[in-house]
Design a protein around this ligand. Structure first.
Ligand code: SF4
Length: 240
């Protein structure tokens, strides 16, 4: 692969708020793993993908996890939310965002008029990293084909990136959430919204209001999309 070639999916060498000081951003282009990158090409059934991914043992994370947390929600959702990786409760229950951070995310969704089961929720990596550490770059690369296939099959209009790892992996490795939250990107006819990870907001109350604003912006964009296209494919909005 040529250096600097543009790809909509880049897997960065990640640290909490960006690249480690003084280090060059080392991009693990998914394209350097062409076979794995397109591992699920041609597979268009989300349930079949779920069955296959559940059997995955492609990285070390599976050894320390109870199982693969594939993700859940509406398979035709217009809105998809992508976090970092499962935590202890998620690992135990086999579902994404069901612990404290998950309940907070549910509240954020409700504040914007979305029912949890009307969107699709997934993570960058599908198995719990030990002691809730951030996924390592090779783990992100290993797991990336699963997320890429999920996005392709669900084909959401909007992807909400919850936290730096998600934003840097899916949108742009140079993103800093503290600087760029609330911003929108468009790639491949899909909108990406960058916001905080719910767990970060639980650790810092000051992030709550900005995250609420981001979800209000999500609601506004979503309503505009529906009104523009008059699709009504999914009744995502509750009465308010
Ligand atoms: S984290 Fe992803 S790549 Fe690693 S074993 Fe789990 S499903 Fe497979």
């Amino acid at each position: 692969m040529k250096q600097g070639r543009k790809s909509p999916f880049l897997v960065p060498l990640f640290s909490e708020e960006g690249f480690a000081p003084g280090s060059e951003p080392t991009l693990f282009h998914a394209e350097t793993h062409p076979c794995r990158e397109n591992a699920w090409e041609g597979l268009d059934d989300l349930e079949v993908l779920r069955e296959k991914v559940t059997l995955c043992r492609d990285c070390r994370l599976r050894e320390g996890a109870r199982g693969v947390v594939f993700g859940e929600g509406n398979p035709q959702a217009h809105v998809m939310l992508v976090g970092e990786g499962p935590g202890a409760t998620e690992d135990e229950m086999g579902r994404p965002f069901v612990g404290k951070a998950g309940r907070f995310l549910d509240a954020m969704l409700r504040s914007a008029g979305f029912q949890r089961d009307s969107v699709f929720i997934a993570n960058i990596v599908k198995c719990r990293p030990p002691e809730n550490r951030l996924p390592l770059p090779d783990e992100v690369v290993a797991c990336f084909p699963h997320l890429k296939a999920q996005i392709r099959i669900i084909n959401p209009r909007v992807v909400v990136c919850l936290g730096a790892l998600s934003a840097q992996t899916l949108v742009d490795p140079s993103i800093r959430v503290t600087r760029d939250r609330g911003r929108w990107w468009t790639k491949d006819s899909r909108k990406y919204l960058v916001t905080y990870h719910p767990a970060a907001v639980l650790r810092d109350e000051n992030k709550k209001k900005p995250m609420l604003e981001d979800f209000q912006a999500l609601r506004k964009v979503y309503i505009e999309m529906l009104s523009d296209e008059k699709e009504g494919r999914i009744p995502l909005l509750r009465e308010t």
